[in-house]
Design a protein. Structure first.
Length: 96
């Protein structure tokens, strides 16, 4: 088994926390992110345990389904991760 990096460990932990926080099952998140139904649960499980890593497009689709910035999933520092979640999303503000 190949050793995991702290970034990969962080991604796995944050993905699972975000999924549970939104009330998704592994299969439900996979389907919401556009993964085929028959493999959705297994793929999300492999991402959460660190057996596989999503490509960047899949990472973006997961973040979109979870309604969080993709950067949150990769932020190794917990304080930075919380700041990322609180940072205003310009698409959702009326500040113009």
């Amino acid at each position: 088994m190949k050793p995991t990096s702290s970034l990969q460990d962080t991604f796995c932990r944050r993905l699972k926390q975000a999924r549970l926080g939104k009330g998704f099952s592994q299969k439900g998140l996979g389907i919401a992110a556009g993964i085929e139904e028959f493999s959705a649960s297994a793929r999300i499980n492999r991402y959460e345990v660190g057996k596989h890593q999503p490509d960047l497009l899949t990472l973006q689709l997961l973040a979109k389904a979870l309604e969080i910035p993709a950067a949150y999933l990769l932020a190794e520092d917990d304080q930075l991760a919380e700041m990322i979640l609180r940072f205003p999303d310009e698409k959702n503000t009326n500040a113009r």
